[in-house]
Ligand binder design. Structure first.
Ligand SMILES: [Zn+2]
Length: 351
């Protein structure tokens, strides 16, 4: 099969596109013919070098396609079924899995990081990580939402416990998780303050329903939030940026408010003012991906058409390096989807 892969860590120069052996499904596993795969920041971290990544590695967490072959003991799935991949892998037997918190599994792993991923014509996936694609949802849409939208769902609904009327500050609305969090917070009836850079992303966030959009390159976010909330602060801050935004998050949250952290795209070790945390009684909550219950709830909302992932562009696997570069430079708005080459398809111009 053809796949995007790398034999050593590094920049885009380590990415190759070529032949890899076809995998064979073991017990409980399914071989999926990939129809679409979507890029995440995770793919950049994995390419750059995370110590536990086996080499050579095929990246890619998000994907959708058609069941090609099922392993021993797999029930309820047959060749030809349209499926999407839930990329959070769990053992199903530990204390946390048994209590329904699969993303807290002691053996939690992610497809494309710990195991070969979806940037290939075929991918091996545990049967319990495959879900039927709802009617009217395309392969590209089905690949575009699982990782970011489940992360955002747990941030807003599971951990953030957003209620109608809550005010939510979301840093970096241009990122996949940020945009998904905006949509889900609005669906919950929250008022959203979003931060971004540049007029185009600000315009998009406003038209999606953000009450206030702050351009962090032009304005002090903490000050803008203070002014907008009449000095009260917001009920919840969603921070996936880390070092660059953490102090602003501590200042922007109201007394007794919540900050949910789910990433550190600008670095993991921010300055911190502990006095602000205890004096304001701030709850700081961590969040990673989602449990099965949350994923099912999200899938139902996607199937109903009330959430639809934004797709920036679709490129063939052979142009994966270009897709990585666009994501690294933050020039996309929405998901970059990679698909196998297919005859007769027109591709967007090179970049
Ligand atoms: Zn477990």
């Amino acid at each position: 099969m053809k796949a995007v892969f790398f034999r050593k860590h590094g920049g885009n120069e380590v990415l190759e596109y070529g032949e890899r052996p076809d995998p064979t499904p073991g017990p409980g596993e399914v071989l999926v013919s990939i129809a679409a795969a979507a890029m995440n920041h995770l793919d950049i971290f994995v390419r750059n070098g995370v110590p536990h990544v086996p080499l050579p590695q095929i990246p890619g967490a998000d994907g959708s396609g058609v069941v090609h072959e099922v392993g021993e003991g797999v029930a309820g799935l047959a060749p030809g079924d349209r499926v999407l991949v839930q990329p959070g892998l769990f053992d199903g037997v530990c204390e946390f899995c048994r209590s329904g918190e699969q993303s807290l599994c002691v053996k939690f792993r992610i497809l494309g990081e710990h195991l070969p991923g979806t940037f290939a014509e075929k991918a091996l996936v545990p049967a319990r990580n495959l879900f039927p694609i709802p009617a009217k949802i395309s392969f590209e849409q089905a690949a575009a939402f699982p990782l970011t939208y489940q992360t955002a769902w747990r941030l807003i609904v599971g951990r953030g416990e957003v209620r109608p009327g809550d005010t939510v500050l979301i840093h970096g609305i241009g990122g996949g998780v940020g945009w998904a969090a905006l949509e889900i917070a609005l669906l919950c009836g929250a008022r959203v303050i979003a931060t971004t850079s540049g007029p185009e992303k600000a315009r998009q966030a406003r038209s999606a329903g953000a009450e206030l959009v702050v351009d962090y390159t032009a304005e002090d976010v903490g000050e803008a939030v203070r002014r907008h909330t009449d000095k009260r602060g917001v009920d919840l801050v969603v921070d996936s940026v880390g070092e660059k935004t953490w102090m602003t998050s501590l200042r922007a949250v109201r007394r007794g408010g919540r900050i949910v952290t789910c990433g550190a795209t600008s670095g993991p070790n921010p300055a911190e003012e502990i006095r602000l945390i205890f004096w304001k009684g701030i709850s700081i909550l961590g969040s990673t991906m989602a449990n099965d219950r949350e994923f099912h709830a999200l899938l139902a909302v996607v199937a109903s058409g009330r959430l639809s992932p934004r797709i920036d562009r679709v490129l063939p696997f052979a142009r994966a390096a270009e897709a990585y570069r666009l994501l690294e430079e933050g020039r996309q708005f929405g998901k970059i989807v990679l698909v196998p080459e297919s005859a007769g398809r027109r591709w967007p111009d090179g970049d």
